[in-house]
Design a protein. Structure first.
Ligand code: AMP
Ligand code: ZN
Length: 436
């Protein structure tokens, strides 16, 4: 196989060169971080500045940063450049109350875009491709991030966004789409809709898909590939590290290259926070080396992964991550949207008509995830009067949807009828098959 590189020099730097580059960038990132209120205090306390970072191991002296830190620093605690030099912001999907917000300078956007272009090009795409970006635009980074990367490669980009499969098929047929980007569950949904609506596979020219934003197994990848007769490439990113373009599969489809000239990756034991031996699973910790406006050092992603120990056949020197197998916290990912059970609790417990017990159920409905929120009603509500119950159900659904972005199904139950667990309340039933 011949492999194509977007930036051959950087993608194939020798390990010593790459590590020297990382060290220099880390010093710059630390200097930049010291310009933010948050790190001025945090690094100041730990006695860390760019002069104390002399070897790659010195990274480990920097304290970790957590999602809670980002929330506490809202809105400008992590901003390191004048507000007027910021050209865009993105926010982590599905968070209510205090979101985590990332700011970008113009140079930040350009750097991010070139990492996404590198990912796309590395799968074999080029300017002859037509790219339908079937993922959410807006505050979520997946839409605009891939959009810009696709244009950078020179592809014709169709900003279709997700949903409305009939329209998606029309676009594919009308413009000869060859590449799509979506969540794996949406790709499976597209396939079943294609059969349902009698759209023949031969009427579309699809060759590849980029699939990410939520965990999925190797079996799911194979299934999508066989059903749609395309190559599927795993795409990993998170808003705290810009969004997509952090780690991506090359044409070998054997793990995701993490772009080490943009990010330093560590894998630590989530309990001891010590590094795990190479090849063992632990929590991925990332340091952003390619963003000036919002520097983030040693971010605990909560995502579980491990490093491949062998180099990749494609010749890239950047290490590869195994696909993400889960998270160390209770965050759910519903059709690509992040959701903490506490967000639901916050909303329903603030409503006086709602009783004390509730249950969050996540299931597969076809290929897509389906969220049901079961709540007990308050004691003074009669279950035999349908009108007020339906009104209450609709009210809960609307309030929830506005705050969690996902449209849930709401079920009302009589006061005291939902199961009460003896010990720690079990509020989430995730019924999705473990392998999917
Ligand atoms: P967001 O900040 O909204 O983009 O969400 C980022 C989170 O989505 C990550 O921390 C992961 O938990 C999840 N995620 C993104 N891409 C993947 C992927 N390819 N496989 C598994 N999980 C993913
Ligand atoms: Zn490779």
């Amino acid at each position: 196989m011949t492999y194509q590189y977007w930036n051959e020099k950087m993608e194939t730097l020798s390990r010593p060169e790459l590590e020297a580059y990382q060290l220099a960038q880390l010093k710059t990132a630390v200097d930049q971080a010291l310009r933010t209120p948050f790190y001025r205090e945090r690094l100041g306390k730990a006695g860390i500045n760019s002069d104390t970072i002399k070897t790659p191991e010195d990274l480990r002296r920097i304290p970790f940063t957590t999602k809670q830190d980002l929330r506490d620093g809202f809105p400008y605690g992590f901003l390191s450049i004048p507000r007027e030099d910021v050209v865009r912001l993105h926010a982590s999907s599905g968070t209510t109350g205090t979101p985590t917000t990332i700011y970008f300078s113009k140079d930040d956007i350009n750097r991010w875009t070139s990492f996404v272009a590198r990912c796309i090009y590395g799968t074999g795409c080029n300017k002859t491709d037509v790219f339908q970006n079937m993922i959410t635009y807006g505050l979520f980074t997946g839409g605009l991030g891939f959009h810009a990367g696709g244009e950078e490669v020179g592809m014709l980009v169709i900003p279709s966004g997700p949903g409305n499969t009939t329209r998606q098929f029309r676009l594919m047929q009308d413009f000869g789409t060859t590449v799509v980007h979506a969540t794996p569950s949406f790709l499976l949904h597209v396939e079943s809709k294609m059969r349902e609506e009698g759209v023949s596979r031969d009427s579309v020219k699809l060759k590849r898909a980029f699939a990410g934003a939520e965990p999925y197994s190797e079996d799911t990848r194979r299934r999508i590939e066989e059903l749609l007769r395309i190559d599927v490439f795993n795409s990993y990113g998170l808003s705290e590290m810009n969004g997509p373009g952090v780690a991506f599969e090359c044409q070998c489809k054997q793990g995701l290259h993490i772009w080490e000239d943009g990010y330093i990756a560590e894998i630590v034991n989530p309990d001891t926070l010590e590094p795990v031996p190479d090849g063992e699973t632990g929590e991925l910790v990332l340091t952003c080396l390619c963003r000036e406006a919002t520097p983030i050092l040693r971010y605990r992603t909560r995502d579980l992964s491990s490093f491949y120990t062998e180099p990749c056949a494609c010749g890239r020197t950047h290490r590869r991550l195994h696909r993400i197998t889960g998270r160390t916290d209770d965050m759910l990912i519903i059709n690509g949207v992040n959701l903490f059970p506490s967000q639901i609790e916050e909303v329903i417990m603030s409503m006086k008509e709602v009783g004390n017990n509730y249950l969050i159920v996540v299931e597969k409905e076809g290929a897509l995830d389906r969220l049901t929120v079961k709540t007990e009603v308050g004691q003074d509500i009669f279950m035999d009067d349908a009108r007020p119950l339906n009104a209450l159900k609709e009210k809960i659904r609307k309030i929830l949807q506005a705050s969690i972005i996902i449209n849930p199904r709401v079920e009302l139950h009589e006061s005291g009828s939902l199961p009460v667990s003896e010990g720690k309340a079990k509020r989430v039933q995730d019924m999705r098959p473990k392998d999917a």
